[in-house]
Design a protein around this ligand. Structure first.
Ligand SMILES: [Zn+2]
Length: 224
């Protein structure tokens, strides 16, 4: 007899208050009132500014460009919060560079700090299509980033609210204002389409040539 699968450990930790997200799994609802940190808010997408939206559109373009290079499609833009001017942009380069730190927001922040000749990005907003991972969330705190605006939640690695809330944890020496879920559906769709395509290609690579030929002649419908 099969036992019912246990809830993931992070679900057990978080308890109730979970909802759907564009990657098809579940993450906690935004509940700033339950955070011990009232100074560093975790805000819903309606709190995004028109400038946030403009740069999220650019970050999505960068994500699509990354997908075309075979990288996990995540894009990021750093802009001056006061003027709205872009300071830097980047997308994932991990495959190409074989660098485990080649995440879009990390590269964009590094480039912005070099441009500003200052490692403190207090006056900057980082816009990124996917919720930052623990490494990048830690980097955002270390860079004293003022605002973080992200798209899709990452239930497997997200460190702004899904698994951890590093960017708004008042025990740390800096907290970022976080706007979560801006263009979440579009940002999530770029990722799901990328992984679907990659699975399709991996299956095709495993299929013998004769079977591929037969499939082609039969015009078999795509299994996606
Ligand atoms: Zn990361």
């Amino acid at each position: 007899m099969m036992n019912k699968p246990h809830a993931p450990w992070w679900r057990r930790l978080l308890g109730s208050g979970v909802g759907p997200n564009p990657l098809g799994t579940e993450t906690p609802e935004i509940a700033p009132e339950s955070s011990p940190n009232s100074d560093a808010p975790l805000l819903a997408a309606e709190h995004a500014t028109p400038t946030d939206r403009r740069w999220m559109t650019r970050a999505l373009e960068l994500a699509r460009q990354a997908a075309a290079r075979g990288e996990v499609p995540v894009g990021a833009v750093v802009y001056d919060t006061t003027t709205g001017e872009q300071i830097a942009e980047a997308s994932n380069t991990r495959q190409q560079s074989n660098d485990p730190t080649g995440h879009a927001e990390l590269l964009a922040v590094r480039a912005a700090a070099a441009t500003l000749d200052d490692w403190r990005l207090t006056g900057c907003t980082v816009v990124v299509t996917l919720e930052p991972c623990p490494m990048c969330a830690g980097m955002l705190v270390n860079a004293r980033v003022g605002r973080v605006v992200y798209g899709a939640d990452d239930p497997k690695a997200g460190a702004c609210r899904s698994l951890f809330a590093i960017t708004t944890d008042t025990r740390l020496n800096h907290c970022c204002e976080v706007v979560a879920g801006l263009e979440a559906e579009r940002c999530g769709r770029v990722l799901t389409e990328f992984f679907r395509q990659r699975r399709h290609e991996q299956r095709a690579a495993r299929t013998p040539l004769r079977a591929q030929h037969n499939d082609h002649n039969a015009e078999a419908p795509d299994d996606a």
